[in-house]
Design a protein around this ligand. Structure first.
Ligand code: ATP
Length: 569
């Protein structure tokens, strides 16, 4: 397929500020895309060239991109620099420069999506000495081969800044409309996407095998599964109502969730909550798991925590120091870890997703050889809320966050990507008078005054509406931001700045921000109370919001949902 067709769609998407129009544009386009190109088109619509978990990162430096534009346009680099200064955007610069493309450079054939995809992958893979020049040359050839409009978008993809406002759920919606003529089928796609978070695979399977093919999608070792999450309640008694009878009560650790996949070749891959491949950060965990579970293939999940020499848990912040690209071995020694396993999703060719929790736990008991570094979660089995409460207090004394109560019913399956009532968390914050913390997405900001001039005075934060795939504002956050955080903010947010309100953000006119951001950065916010509010699109506001920390481990769509907030009312 000709890339120009996709560039036309990008242009339409860029102009709209309505989520629904976006879906219509996309579904209409998807109908026309040849089946073999649909996977590529789905990735490219999201500004990616592979599924997110594959961590194929383009992110070329601006300098190299400008060099490519100079070569492609066969003009003086000072002219390109000047246009860049005027427009402030490399995409617009490419468009402007290449409008005046010399006739001699007009290509004989058109740029296809296939070729674009292949060359972008080549750019991503090229490394080592001389790689910068090679990357620049490949990009220049792509820019030459496309129209000036196409060049604008290729430049942005290469820089990693194609901010169309399209999320993966928008793509699923559009696919359901395009291929089944029934929007409600998105639910089936979403369920499959939770097990296979790869829009390319979903798109191609739907186009080639229909909904039946989608329903047959199962666990695939090496491809992360979206993680199951827990609900929260306001009072301990509610747990008994939501999960009657005997339950498993487990310690809730404040570490990082990890899903470990071992394939037939013996390779172990570790995935984070965001489904990023973080294997390189934990060579020690790979080794411990290999020693502790002597099985050919498995997918297990647990929480990794930092511990001191007496195996006492250390704070989350200490563990976060293990999140690094360099000096990994040094930090393996400096900050020892422990992995508390609580689930199994696959074992030797068999999916465990639809096996009740108590049986999954029994399997873990059988296959895990516990040692100093690999443990199963501490737990009790009880039908007595009093005992649950005693265990909860004991866990707090041990330095943990609280407990997670898990259903042992015959239908207590692993609900991938879902915050269901099979797991209920009960944390220390709940027993004090305060509400809790919320993970909210930064969608806008207001300029600061006085001491805060030059940075932002307050951030507009939103929750995620899962049903409708949009974001609704919930608070203006200005408290708790330390001087360090304030100084860091403009730089951290710069990458996500967009000119107008993102299409998937719903606001009330009172919340017109000075600056808008593509919903990407998640912050944990503590709040004292939830009140009704005519100013926030959610209809509720968080009172006295206070910044706690950035949640780099969460994506925008993993923020606290509108439903969760409404349920706390
Ligand atoms: P929080 O902000 O409280 O960490 P969350 O939004 O990250 O919550 P929740 O569904 O609220 O996610 O809580 C589940 C998280 O708790 C899991 O993602 C996991 O990282 C962690 N966890 C710790 N111990 C356990 C356990 N025994 N079973 C399941 N999850 C656990």
């Amino acid at each position: 397929m000709d890339f120009e067709k996709l560039a036309e769609v990008y242009e339409k998407l860029e102009k709209t500020s309505s989520g629904n129009t976006m879906r219509e544009i996309l579904s209409e386009f998807f109908r026309k895309v040849p089946k073999d190109d649909l996977a590529l088109v789905s990735y490219l619509t999201l500004g990616q060239i592979a599924s997110e978990y594959e961590s194929v990162i383009l992110g070329m430096a601006e300098k190299s991109v400008l060099k490519a534009i100079t070569t492609a346009g066969a003009i003086d680099s000072s002219k390109v620099k000047k246009i860049m200064q005027e427009t402030g955007d490399a995409g617009l610069t490419a468009e402007k420069v290449l409008q005046k493309k010399p006739r001699t450079l007009v290509p004989l054939s058109k740029l296809t999506i296939d070729e674009l995809f292949e060359k972008l992958h080549k750019i991503a893979k090229t490394s080592g000495s001389g790689s910068q020049d090679l990357k620049t040359n490949i990009l220049a050839s792509l820019l030459q081969k496309s129209s000036s409009k196409g060049a604008k978008y290729i430049t942005r993809i290469a820089l990693g800044t194609l901010r169309m406002g399209v999320g993966d759920m928008t793509v699923l919606d559009a696919l359901a409309i395009a291929y089944t003529e029934d929007k409600s089928n998105k639910k089936i796609l979403e369920k499959a996407y939770n097990i296979c978070p790869d829009v390319g695979v979903i798109a191609e399977t739907l186009a080639k095998k229909g909904l039946k093919g989608i329903e047959n999608i199962d666990v695939h070792i090496g491809r992360p599964i979206k993680m199951m999450l827990g609900q929260r309640v306001k009072a301990l008694e509610e747990i008994g109502e939501k999960i009657p009878g005997e339950v498993t009560v487990e310690a809730k650790y404040d570490g990082e969730r990890i899903q470990a996949h071992k394939d037939k070749k013996g390779k172990i891959n570790l995935f984070s909550r965001r489904l990023d491949n973080i294997t390189d950060q934990f060579p020690d965990l790979v080794k411990y798991l290999d020693e502790a579970i002597n099985e050919k293939e498995f997918v297990v999940e647990g929480e990794v925590i930092a511990v001191d020499n007496d195996e006492k848990p250390l704070p989350f912040q200490t563990l976060m120091q293990r999140r690094r690209k360099y000096d990994i071995e040094e930090y393996v020694k400096k900050i020892p870890i422990q992995f508390k396993i609580f689930d199994i999703l696959h074992l030797n060719g068999k999916s465990y997703l639809n096996i009740p929790y108590y049986k999954r736990a029994e399997t873990l008991e059988k296959i895990v050889k516990k040692n100093k570094e690999i443990k199963l979660t501490e737990r009790i089995i009880t039908d007595d809320l009093g005992k649950t409460n005693d265990f909860f207090k004991k866990m707090l004394k041990s330095g943990y966050e609280g407990v997670i109560v898990k259903s042992r019913a015959e239908d207590s399956f692993y609900q991938a990507g879902t915050r269901g009532w099979n797991w209920i968390k009960w944390k220390k914050e709940y027993v004090k008078e305060m509400v809790d913390t919320f993970d909210l997405v930064i969608v806008g900001a207001f300029y600061g005054k006085g001491r805060r001039s030059g940075t932002y005075g307050a951030l507009l934060c939103a929750a995620y509406n899962e049903d409708k795939d949009f974001f609704e504002t919930f608070c203006k956050l200005g408290t708790g931001l330390s001087d360090e955080v304030l100084a860091e903010l403009p730089k951290k947010l710069e990458k996500f700045k967009v000119e107008k309100k993102p299409a998937r953000l719903i606001i009330k006119k009172e919340m017109e921000a000075d600056v808008w951001f593509e919903p990407k950065i998640v912050v944990e916010v503590f709040g004292a109370e939830i009140t009704k509010s005519p100013f926030h699109s959610l209809g509720l506001a968080l009172r006295f919001p206070r910044f706690v920390r950035f949640r780099e481990d969460k994506k925008a769509e993993q923020a606290t949902t509108v439903k969760e907030i409404e349920d706390l009312q």
